[in-house]
Design a binder for this molecule. Structure first.
Ligand code: OSB
Ligand code: MG
Length: 368
């Protein structure tokens, strides 16, 4: 695809409800949207950085900087054949996976539009709808948490993930488990513990959880191995797996029994696909994580989650869980069986409302 123009939009969108993790609370979500033009077609992608470097060192500011100054100039006017070619071209830019992944997504959208195939078809998806759950942030009180979870169960979500942090961990999980004895339940610590403090989490082993997500430091696969040996519940890595290589390290070290694949965190959909294949070979279940994406990123998540190794429900909720108004014409809704349909149209299979994009944008950059 000969890339003739690149436009970047920094967006700020109010969330339907605030979202709190061990690294902080947000009321609105930022992201960067990438618009590529090539051969008369338009492709869109989403960079899942936020305003603050809480989940990742990347921010909407660094994404704009890196794409404008370094990644964009490597691509503009170039004929980029496919995702592997894209990765080769941007290899001189170290790290900045969230930035690169948004551009790779837009490239896949273009490739699909050119060939008339959906992303799921291009990836080898085997499902028309994928099982999903909802990720529930920390609430002011335990009673509030149980109420919020009850609301989502009422809406039809059959898998609940709750965020935990020191002081708000076993108590919260126990309360949710007591209120909903049969629900599929998991917790996410977002790296809030060390090997020294993690023993606090050992009672979680009695709560029949699907998994415990990223309890320890983001750069510490080894300590996850040590902690996994003290637990019956599977550890699932999120932040620690930033590439197919890191997935291999985690598998070989037995640092986890499950991996959360976020294409953004690992540098792009192609890298997420590689991790999927690796885990499938090794017999590890994977699932698709979420970053409170707009419907653009959500379409991409649904496409990769259609692959056969994604055997656990994804953090891919219906559009109305996130934003009152989104940036596409299409809306993703929850089916009665706690699934969401995989888009079938060419590329991402969504139609972007550019007026809405500009309405949410607080910064814009045009290259080419
Ligand atoms: O750790 O999975 C996480 C959102 C922002 C940053 C990190 C995480 C999350 C979520 C949200 O859990 C999942 C979703 O998009 O619904
Ligand atoms: Mg997580």
């Amino acid at each position: 695809m000969k890339i003739s123009s690149i436009t970047l939009y920094s967006l700020r969108m109010p969330l339907v409800a605030h979202f709190e993790t061990s690294f902080g609370r947000i009321y609105e979500r930022e992201c960067v949207l990438v618009r590529l033009e090539a051969e008369g077609l338009t492709g869109w992608g989403e960079c899942t950085a936020d305003r603050d470097p809480g989940y990742s060192y990347e921010t909407t500011g660094t994404v704009m900087h890196v794409l404008k100054e370094f990644v964009g100039p490597l691509l503009l006017g170039q004929d980029v054949a496919d995702a592997a070619d894209f990765q080769r071209r941007v290899a001189p830019v170290r790290g900045h996976h969230l930035a690169k992944a948004g551009v790779e997504m837009a490239l896949w959208d273009l490739l699909g539009k050119r060939s008339g195939q959906s992303l799921s078809e291009l990836f080898g998806g085997v499902r028309e709808r994928v099982e999903v759950g909802v990720s529930v942030g920390l609430q002011d009180t335990t009673a509030d948490l149980v109420r919020v979870v009850a609301g989502y169960i009422q809406k039809g979500y059959r898998r609940i993930k709750i965020k935990i942090k020191p002081g708000r961990d076993v108590s919260e999980a126990r309360a949710v488990r007591a209120a909903f004895p049969d629900i599929k339940l998991q917790v996410d610590a977002n790296s809030a513990y060390s090997l020294e403090t993690a023993h606090i989490l050992r009672p979680l082993d009695d709560l029949d959880l699907l998994l415990i997500e990223q309890p320890l430091f983001e750069d510490d696969i080894w300590d996850h191995r040590l902690f996994q040996r003290q637990l019956r519940t599977p550890i699932c890595l999120d932040e620690s797996v930033i590439s197919p290589r890191h997935a291999r390290y985690a598998i070989e070290m037995e640092a986890c029994r499950i991996i959360n694949i976020k294409p953004g965190r690992v540098g792009g959909l192609s890298q997420g696909l590689e991790i999927h294949h690796l885990c499938r070979q090794a017999g590890l279940p994977v699932w698709c994580g979420g970053m409170l994406e707009t419907n653009i990123g959500r379409a991409s998540n649904l496409a990769i989650a259609a692959l056969p190794g994604f055997t656990l429900p994804g953090d891919i909720s219906a559009s109305d869980r996130y934003y009152r108004q989104d940036v596409t014409r299409e809306t993703f809704t929850l089916n009665a069986d706690s699934t969401i349909d995989v888009p079938t149209g060419p590329g991402l299979g969504v139609t972007v409302d550019e007026q809405r994009v500009r309405g949410f944008a607080f910064a814009e950059a045009h290259l080419g």
